[in-house]
Ligand binder design. Structure first.
Ligand code: FAD
Length: 453
């Protein structure tokens, strides 16, 4: 009886616990990916994510193909598709690596309840996080709401396991399973094809992810701690979309970083691993607050007096025409390349939520649609962190001044010039708000929720 390996947001072969256990089980393998946009509560992917997914699936299909295993592609509700494939192949096992969103967990729970009825072993494995969210608790057994003690607790927990090696051989199941054609899914944009900037900036897939990690560890880790806040310097790893889609696992990143710096820990590696810790923290928060993308993590923020939506201001922000160069450079970088430097994400998010008093959910949705690393945990957690409504949030009254941030983090204007063609000419727009007035308005609005939990 074959083993089904259900690929989800773990589009890799090495350090794939579900695949590893399927191979160890000894039976032939059926590899499946389901694009599920229909199950209750599933959040449809944004445009940039669909582009990434298309290319990542193409890459996974090729590497599985090298081992003689076809990747079965199906689109629809995962529960019925997986149980149908398990029945038609008379599978003895269905294995997958865990996801942490509520809707995804609900799907998995239902499948786990159904399959054993047909003598099929359904098992899930830890592959996408270093620390399962429910294993890290405070002394009182509660979830953490502050990063530093959370990460301290992670570091006191047993060390993350070693990565599983890449499989050298997989026995394919000799039967046929109906599959879609990836190109028929139409995940890549056409008329208009807006993905040229993405193609120029990124190469989705497992091998490119490892190359990026390798280049980062050899070229940039040493200067990471000092330069990670400078958008023009390009010292950060740019691993986020690869991690988002699981083309590389956090176990691989964690161990490779420790090995590369064995004997000389230094500030760079500690800082870099701490950023991976923020990814873990975001998932910890999402696991315990499933509606993170739509509801304030701090309920007291429900009373926050956001301005009625000003579409013109929102669009000026989205398209990088606010008249504040660092904000505009970031928003244009995002639109063109599907990413934005972390420092600039903070500045643009602060500008939207504080200087424009536009609800963080508008910004979260825009990032969800345009980021190649749009992540169900890190995106809403970070937005809420900036907005002041989230876990361990920056205090609301700390309003970034986008001009001071520009002077401090892009002192030579390199980043701004690279992203704003008309920078320095009359064609560049005038500021859409007064910084001092809008800051005062933000602080006054905050007074209304200040005391609330
Ligand atoms: P590096 O500095 O090389 O960090 C290594 C890895 O650690 C990253 O690849 C990422 O997986 C993780 N990481 C780093 N910083 C954070 C953080 N603050 N929170 C969670 N994980 C982190 N990150 C996403 O992966 N997806 C998102 O959708 C996302 N949305 C964001 C929205 C806002 C408003 C803000 C302020 C931040 C957001 N981030 C998001 C976090 C961060 O900006 C990106 O992870 C980072 O810029 C990715 O670049 P890098 O891979 O070069 O990071």
């Amino acid at each position: 009886a074959p083993s089904i390996v259900w690929f989800r947001d773990d589009l890799r072969l090495a350090d794939h616990p579900a695949l590893h256990h399927a191979i160890t089980r000894g039976a032939p393998v059926v590899a499946v990916f389901v694009l599920d946009e229909e199950s209750p509560g599933i959040r449809p992917l944004g445009g940039a994510s669909l582009w990434w997914l298309h290319n990542s699936l193409r890459s996974l299909t090729a590497s599985l193909g090298d081992l003689g295993v076809p990747l079965v592609l199906r689109r629809g509700p995962a529960e019925s598709i997986i149980t149908e494939i398990a029945a038609s192949t008379r599978a003895g096992a269905v294995y997958w690596n865990r996801r942490y969103g509520q809707a995804e967990r609900d799907v998995d729970t239902r499948i786990k309840a159904t399959l054993p009825g047909s003598d099929c072993d359904a098992q899930s494995f830890a592959g996408s996080l270093l620390f399962e969210p429910w294993t890290i608790t405070t002394g009182q057994g509660n979830p953490y709401s502050v990063f530093t003690p959370f990460w301290r607790a992670c570091n006191a927990a047993p060390l993350p396991r070693n990565p599983y090696p890449a499989p050298t051989a997989i026995v394919p199941w000799p039967g046929q399973v109906a599959t879609d054609d990836l190109d028929d899914w139409g995940l890549e944009p056409h008329s208009p094809d807006w993905a040229d900037g993405l193609r120029a900036a990124w190469q989705p897939g497992e091998a490119p992810a490892h190359k990026r990690l390798h280049d980062f560890l050899s070229d940039s880790l040493g200067s990471y701690a000092e330069q990670r806040d400078l958008p023009a310097e390009n010292v950060t790893s740019r691993l986020s979309p690869h991690l988002r889609w699981g083309e590389i696992s956090p176990y691989q990143v964690w161990h490779a970083t420790r090995e590369a710096t064995a004997g000389s820990p230094g500030k760079g590696p500690v800082r870099f691993l701490t950023e991976l810790g923020w990814r873990e923290f975001s998932y910890h928060v999402l696991f315990h607050a499933p509606h993170l993308a739509t509801e304030n993590w701090r309920p007291g923020f429900d009373a926050f007096p956001w301005h009625p939506l000003d579409e013109t201001a929102l669009e000026a922000w989205q398209r990088g025409r606010t008249g504040f160069p660092l904000v505009d450079a970031g928003m244009r970088e995002l639109w063109r390349t599907g990413t934005m430097h972390n420092r600039v994400r903070m500045v643009t998010a602060s500008f939207l939520t504080k200087n424009l008093l536009i609800d963080w959910r508008e910004g979260e949705r825009w990032f969800w649609d345009t980021l190649v690393d749009a992540d169900p945990a890190s995106n809403p957690a970070s937005w809420q962190w900036v907005a002041g409504s989230g876990a361990d949030a920056a205090p609301y009254f700390r309003v970034f001044n986008p001009q001071l941030q520009f002077a401090k983090f892009d002192p030579n204007e390199t980043y701004v010039r690279a992203n704003i063609d008309e920078w320095g000419t009359d064609a560049y727009p005038a500021p859409i708000v007064d910084l001092a007035d809008s800051r005062r308005a933000a602080l006054a609005a905050y007074e209304q929720v200040k005391g609330a939990k």
